[in-house]
Design a protein around this ligand. Structure first.
Ligand SMILES: *[C@@H]1O[C@H](CO)[C@@H](O)[C@H](O)[C@H]1NC(C)=O
Ligand SMILES: *[C@@H]1O[C@H](CO)[C@@H](O)[C@H](O)[C@H]1NC(C)=O
Ligand SMILES: *[C@@H]1O[C@H](CO)[C@@H](O)[C@H](O)[C@H]1NC(C)=O
Ligand SMILES: *[C@@H]1O[C@H](CO)[C@@H](O)[C@H](O)[C@H]1NC(C)=O
Ligand SMILES: [Ca+2]
Ligand SMILES: [Ca+2]
Ligand SMILES: [Ca+2]
Length: 545
């Protein structure tokens, strides 16, 4: 566990040349845009005036300046992101705060408060066959090893677990050294920086509730909790961390956050005590420091508690606790927008990813990015990477038996997982499954490319990499040769950086299943390689004498 006050923060955005995004706009639409921006600025000033944040907390440029001033003195308690803050002085983030009292930087994510998101806010009803046991009697026993997710049927591609009585026992990676606790059951925050900075001896987060009965968790509420947990687990899949909803450890004691975890308290409204409209609130780099916990997520400000909005905001706030800053963009007139809402079907988690189906970690590769912070590097600095599961070369391939799905994971940008199988000629079908949608909302982060290699050649027999959508489902191929075949699965980007995304954050869980007629491992006779095409005839060019 590293000292979080010394979190290194990836290099901040150099003043990038404006390119792309708005330059193709006509003069008329630019004028309209400017007018709109002016409106937005005015409304922002109005809200800024009406907010009643505690006097001891500074915001925007004042916050950045105060933090930098304190860093020059003996105070060293708020070093997180100093380089980033210094570089951002030119375009300060208005939701960035600094407490003069507790010497700690925070984000009040007003830009994450939304009344509606593109997909609507209806969540699908819970599975018809689910059986719900009484909430009070539910066991909090922690299953060890990998049995939890297996028991809950959470293999990528499988539907969400239907045993709703276990909504508060979910573990994405039991036994991982660190954890991210999604706390839906209500929380009393006492004795922390929050209490000092907001002048409240107790801050009460009510339980997550959508049916007006905060004393029980309905089947719908439990199904939503499971769905939110799975989406956040996908975002943190590359790292050595257990995303969990279980608040007690194996011995039944409250889980110990010291140097090991962060809590997201998910419930209620930012109006309850934070005096503003915000989707969430976190101290920066507070992971492992109980005095700076929890991070808050406010369902009342998240499209009327839409599950998609809650999981995006939860991954975002936990990102702050791990040292991440906002992913914004700069307009052509130089106006900084703290939150980038994305392009195409993609958005960065540290922007606002509500309206896009694919949300990924980012290092600011999109045009006009305000933040080049390398999210993956920063998170891995705190949590470490999860171990790679499948070899990265044909020689290290994992055998892929016929008819049995294998779980896999792309954990590093550009990684490839290799599988091998010995087959006879005939039909091969390969099924790749991702974390499934929840209702209308996609939860997978991995844009996978799958390639098939035969025993007889150095180039792939087939490559599956659809543009504009994620690869999932079954692909068929007629094998013509007997012998050992290979399949590679890798994480790729989509489109160009100005409209899509790179392979950087194309990471996540999948499962792969093959159906084929088993055959000999040794290759049969391979057809002679095609002869290289003859060179084009030389043109006789008359040279002047
Ligand atoms: C996101 O979607 C909502 C609902 O459709 C819409 O009101 C809002 O303008 C969208 N925001 C952006 C930035 O596209
Ligand atoms: C918010 O959600 C609740 C429960 O899902 C629903 O009853 C209510 O009508 C919704 N309110 C709005 C304004 O959509
Ligand atoms: C979302 O689901 C509703 C029904 O639940 C459907 O009518 C609508 O077309 C879906 N929207 C998208 C974008 O898939
Ligand atoms: C495989 O071959 C059969 C006939 O042998 C053909 O009907 C089928 O379309 C082929 N499938 C593919 C995916 O090429
Ligand atoms: Ca309830
Ligand atoms: Ca996601
Ligand atoms: Ca892997």
């Amino acid at each position: 566990m590293r000292v979080l006050n010394e979190l290194p923060i990836g290099p901040a955005a150099p003043a990038a040349q404006p390119i792309g995004r708005l330059q193709s706009a006509t003069a008329a639409s630019l004028a309209l845009l400017r007018a709109l921006l002016a409106c937005l600025l005015l409304t922002h000033v109005a809200t800024a005036k009406s907010q009643q944040q505690p006097a001891g907390i500074l915001w925007g440029r004042q916050a950045a300046e105060a933090l930098l001033r304190d860093q020059q003195g003996p105070v060293s308690g708020a070093a997180a992101g100093v380089a980033f803050v210094a570089a951002s002085l030119k375009h300060p983030d208005r939701d960035f705060g600094y407490s003069l009292t507790t010497k700690k930087a925070l984000f009040l994510c007003r830009g994450l408060a939304v009344s509606a998101i593109a997909g609507g806010s209806a969540d699908p009803p819970p599975h018809a066959h689910s059986h719900l046991h009484a909430a009070a009697g539910s066991s909090r026993r922690l299953l060890q090893g990998g049995s939890v997710s297996a028991a809950l049927g959470a293999l990528p591609g499988a539907p969400d677990p239907t045993s709703l009585d276990r909504a508060f026992e979910l573990h994405s990676r039991p036994g991982a050294p660190y954890f991210l606790l999604l706390d839906f059951t209500g929380h009393r925050t006492t004795g922390t920086r929050w209490n000092t900075d907001y002048h409240k001896s107790v801050i009460v987060t009510p339980p997550y509730d959508i049916d007006g009965d905060s004393g029980t968790f309905s089947a719908q509420e439990r199904a939503n909790i499971i769905a939110i947990w799975r989406a956040v687990a996908e975002d943190y899949a590359p790292f050595a961390v257990d995303v969990t909803t279980e608040e007690t450890d194996a011995s039944g004691r409250p889980i110990n956050l010291v140097a090991r975890g962060a809590r997201a308290a998910i419930g209620g409204s930012s109006r309850d005590w934070a005096n503003d409209l915000a989707g969430g609130l976190s101290y920066i780099g507070s992971f492992g420091d109980p005095y700076s916990q929890p991070a808050f997520v406010f369902p009342a400000q998240l499209a009327n508690a839409s599950s998609k909005a809650i999981w995006e905001a939860t991954s975002h706030e936990l990102g702050h606790t791990l040292g991440l800053f906002h992913d914004g963009f700069t307009d052509i007139d130089g106006t900084k927008n703290e939150y980038f809402w994305g392009q195409g079907d993609w958005a960065p988690i540290m922007g606002a990813a509500y309206n896009k189906s694919i949300s990924q970690w980012s290092k600011g590769e999109y045009p006009e990015a305000t933040n080049k912070q390398d999210d993956l590097w920063q998170i891995a600095y705190v949590l470490g990477w999860r171990h790679d599961d499948h070899g990265n070369t044909p020689a290290a391939a994992t055998p892929l038996p016929a008819g049995t799905p294998l779980p896999g994971q792309i954990g590093r940008s550009g990684e490839a997982d290799w599988f091998s199988f010995a087959a006879a000629p005939g039909v091969l079908s390969l099924t790749l499954s991702l974390v499934p949608r929840y209702g209308n909302e996609s939860r997978a982060n991995l844009n996978a490319r799958m390639a098939l290699w035969g025993p007889c050649g150095a180039s792939p027999l087939a490559v599956w990499d659809p543009q504009g959508s994620l690869l999932s489902g079954t692909r068929r191929f007629n094998l013509t040769a007997a012998g050992t075949h290979f399949v590679s699965v890798s994480g790729v980007g989509d489109g160009r950086l100005a409209t899509g995304y790179s392979s950087y954050g194309s990471l996540g869980d999948y499962s792969i299943q093959a159906a084929y007629r088993p055959g000999p491992a040794a290759a049969g006779p391979c057809p002679a390689p095609p002869r290289p095409a003859p060179p084009p005839p030389r043109l006789r060019v008359a040279t002047p004498r």
